[in-house]
Write a protein that binds this ligand. Sequence first.
Ligand code: ZN
Length: 347
Amino acid sequence: MALYAELHRHLGGSVVPRVLWRYFQRHSAELISRFAEYSEFEEFYTRPRNTLDEYLELHTLVESVQTVETLPYFIYRLLRGAYIFENLAYLELRYTPYLRTPAHLSQSQRIEKMAEIVEVVGSASKLSEYPIVTSQILCMHTRLPYEVNKAIVDLAAQSRHNVCAIDVAGGDSYYAERMEEWIGLYDYARSLGINTTGHLYETTAGCYPQLLPYLMRIGHGIQIPLLYPELLPDLARRNQCLEVCPTTYLKTGTLEDIRQLKTVFDRCFDAGVDIAICTDNAGLHNVRLPFEYENLLTYDIINFDQLQACQDAAFRHAFAWPYSQRPVSLLNGLLNPQPARVLAMRD
Ligand SMILES: [Zn+2]
């Protein structure tokens, strides 16, 4: 049994189509009345989009039903699936807490409500029947004003038992106009000792080298090895890890063929830059983490040794994995106690 770490998964995109369909059937049937049957809904929900913007629009559908009341329902099913079908030992779940607060409230009221959302997500993620180490990454968002994004950083600082890092999301082509703001927010987060990742270099319109020094990990970052490989030695020196989510680039029209990722992996391995393989939106894609691994092997993008190197990197770069080793060493002691006894006798 192999156990995995997932570093890049959005709460909004983590709901698999069947669970969302059942939820709509039970609670908001009008939202799915245009679909005659489940297969039509699944086709609509998971089909590739032409652009990252079009793709991100789908998140709003799920955000609208993920409220403080319904989050435990979705998170329970998410963790159940992650434990049973994905063998996850570790999961960082990311989302923008402001977008889960009631839209009819004022901005300051919504900011106040964010702490409750973080608490609800935190307690819903701790399930004794599906034991996975979980933590949250709070996403600042390009659609939100400075005050809200700053409040998200402050909330991360106040919620360290539930939150391990901050991120910026909402489409990497929109950062340019507010670049000083993003740099200021990341600088502020680092000054508070908060871990950082950020959606960056995902598309060709999202390449901002000035943000790179503030990030401990890079959400996607695939355009660095593809277009700016000269930056890779800097990444290696800063020990920055790329969170590569293979299926996303096909769903967003960023890549035409998954085999284009071979250049990404080859150049990163050559330069000593770590890659964690992630799902991004496992529900929206209907592709779970083990299938992301298997696809990369099937298309000869990586080999088994490289896959294991990436799986190790995921645990090494996890912001809240509490152990110094990955689970294989822990399981060895548990499931195969013979070597441990031999060692004990030698002492
Ligand atoms: Zn993402």
